[in-house]
Design a protein around this ligand. Structure first.
Ligand SMILES: [Zn+2]
Length: 65
């Protein structure tokens, strides 16, 4: 009885992919139009960042193996 090598098999389709959405907003502090991903913004002009909870979806979590 030969031992079968354990391989990590992945579905070729990989399941539904999640693409971050690029959105734009005017900075709440200086008014500069800034781009963000999934509703999260960081202004390069004044350093303003919005609450991460305002994002459109939860932050990706690190996978623990
Ligand atoms: Zn700003």
């Amino acid at each position: 009885m030969a031992a079968t090598p354990e391989r990590e098999r992945r579905d070729p389709a990989g399941g539904p992919e999640e693409h971050p959405e690029i959105t734009y907003i005017g900075c709440a502090r200086c008014g500069t139009l800034i781009a963000g991903l999934d509703g999260r913004y960081a202004c390069s002009g004044c350093g303003w960042v919005n609450e991460w909870t305002e994002g459109h979806r939860p932050l990706p979590t690190a996978r623990v193996t």
